[in-house]
Write a protein that binds this ligand. Structure first.
Ligand SMILES: Nc1ncnc2c1ncn2[C@@H]1O[C@H](COP(=O)(O)OP(=O)(O)OP(=O)(O)O)[C@@H](O)[C@H]1O
Ligand SMILES: [Mg+2]
Length: 494
């Protein structure tokens, strides 16, 4: 019997048809990937199945039983588990408390059974192969580990269907492998897995079948063995995407845009000396945990214990806060997109947040100019919003990412620090962002491009620095082989 049977589900938001009558089915023991551009409706469909979004119409059967719509509790009782795209843990609580959130075991005297709680939580963590103490506060965990805690939390129930919304976007390759291992075990137990990812190669490996959504409608459902990456990209976007990155920008020989001396945040970031020229794209490649993000955050004034000196365009600047960094001409796109977006503010306000000076005369904001500027970037980055006034928090995840990028693009930055900017971005938009990064460099902006994807770094950067263990371990020219770079990133010095 079909495990999950979704029929003609509709969901309309003011100005957006998120789902326009979608059919979707998952068999027991099947891994079913859901693909689509940013804003195609993937997250909405999963939320409808999980009961956290009530559809306007449609019906859902789980194991042949009709599921009352719009109730997360009832969905859970039917064995439906979900890991949301936006992490949902409570940072101030411990790992164990989070894993069993809402289901803390009680003792006979009706107080919380702490020992039992931590014992049970530890078992769930073991299931996802996460080795942290359950009494640790979630606040102290890296994003990758938080993601695994989320999965452990979802797995708690008697699971029939597990839905994962971009679970690997913050994971290293090894951590992702562990997740695939868990998925395979669940599949062998007859659990159905719904899987959203923008990494097509990964999808082809993990999924049995693939359903592609476009503009809230099903394009097709195919067997993974019957298609190639390029086919999927075409189905998603509706046109052919070139796999070949276009020509890189010409060699940068402009003036020095950024220079750091002994930039450090011990013990996680050892002293770094960087030099970026105007128009230069410098890639920083390293695996998760190599210190890339620490470097970006330190440069942007987000780490209180920073040491070292920074010069922008030859002038010494003191950066002890993000405000200092912005004033000095720096822009930053972090690996935690929740940090960047102000959910309650409109898309236009979010885009122009760092450009207010330019848009105001004295204390008066020129709203018309603000909208014009925002609209330009909404078009250029193909941000899918019903209007510039839509609250940014209601955009799809990938589109939120684009909004933060747009903010820095229009603020007139001199140095742009991009930490994994392609995370959660669909193939069409990736092409778009690559083009934009090249364009920005051609316009004279210096770009520090931090990534865990070597392909990306090589396609975009003039030179690639390799990070491992909190330090720059190698400077690679464009012709260094992938093996050499990988070896350096893995800590093999050669
Ligand atoms: N609460 C909301 N209010 C208004 N519009 C919404 C809301 N939630 C989603 N939408 C809109 O519905 C559409 C589908 O969004 P959804 O989050 O399902 O996309 P997605 O396929 O998950 O994209 P991504 O790959 O970027 O995560 C988008 O146009 C989005 O702006
Ligand atoms: Mg989504």
């Amino acid at each position: 019997m079909t495990l999950l049977d979704v029929r003609t589900v509709r969901k309309t938001y003011p100005g957006a048809v998120a789902l326009g009558g979608v059919d979707f089915a998952v068999e027991p023991g099947e891994v079913h990937a859901l693909l689509g551009e940013n804003g195609a409706g993937k997250s909405t469909l999963m939320k409808v199945i999980a009961g956290s979004v009530t559809p306007d119409a449609g019906q859902i059967d789980v194991d042949g039983r009709r599921l009352p719509l719009g109730s997360p509790q009832v969905a859970r009782e039917h064995g439906v588990a979900i890991v949301y795209q936006e992490l949902s843990l409570v940072p101030s609580l411990s790992v164990g408390e989070n894993v069993l959130l809402g289901r803390w075991p009680l003792t006979r005297t009706r107080t919380v059974g702490w020992d039992r709680l931590h014992e049970e939580a530890a078992q769930h963590l073991a299931r996802v192969g996460l080795d942290v103490r359950t009494r640790t506060s979630v606040r102290t965990l890296r994003i990758a580990d938080r993601q695994l805690v989320e999965i452990a939390k979802a797995l708690c129930d008697h699971v029939r269907l597990l839905m994962l919304d971009e679970p690997t976007s913050a994971l290293s390759e090894r951590e992702a492998e562990r997740l695939f291992g868990i998925i395979h075990e669940l599949r062998a137990e007859g659990v159905g897995v719904v899987y959203v990812s923008h990494m097509l190669a990964e999808v082809l490996r993990v999924a049995d079948r693939i359903t592609v959504l476009r503009d809230g409608r099903t394009v097709d459902t195919v067997r993974a063995g019957d298609v190639l990456e390029a086919d999927l990209a075409q189905m998603m976007v509706g046109r052919r995407i070139s796999a070949q990155p276009d020509q890189r920008v010409a060699a940068a020989d402009g003036d020095l845009a950024l220079r750091t001396r002994g930039l450090a945040c011990r013990p996680r970031l050892q002293p770094v000396d960087l030099e970026l020229r105007k128009g230069e794209v410098v890639g920083v490649f390293g695996f998760v945990g190599a210190g890339r993000t620490r470097l970006a955050r330190t440069l942007f004034g987000l780490e209180p214990d920073a040491a070292g000196t920074v010069e922008v365009s030859g002038k010494r600047v003191r950066i002890t806060s993000p405000a200092d960094a912005v004033a000095a001409g720096l822009g930053y796109l972090g690996d935690d997109r929740a940090l960047g977006i102000v959910p309650a503010m409109s898309v236009a306000e979010n885009i122009t947040l760092a450009s207010m000076g330019r848009l105001s005369r004295g204390p008066v904001l020129d709203v018309r100019k603000q909208r014009e500027l925002a609209s330009r970037y909404i078009d250029e980055l193909a941000i899918r919003a019903s209007s510039p006034d839509q609250p940014a928090g209601t955009l799809s995840g990938g589109n939120q990412q684009k909004v933060v990028l747009a903010r820095w693009l229009c603020s007139g930055v001199r140095v742009l620090v991009l930490d994994d900017p392609m995370r959660g971005i669909d193939v069409g938009a990736k092409e778009e962002i690559m083009r934009l990064v090249r364009q920005l460099a051609a316009d004279g902006i210096a770009i520090l491009y931090l990534t865990s994807e070597l392909k990306e770094a090589k396609a975009l950067a003039h030179r690639v620095l390799v990070m491992a263990g909190g330090r720059i371990v190698r400077a690679a020219t464009a012709d260094a082989s992938d093996d050499q770079i990988m070896a350096a990133a893995g800590g093999v010095h050669g």
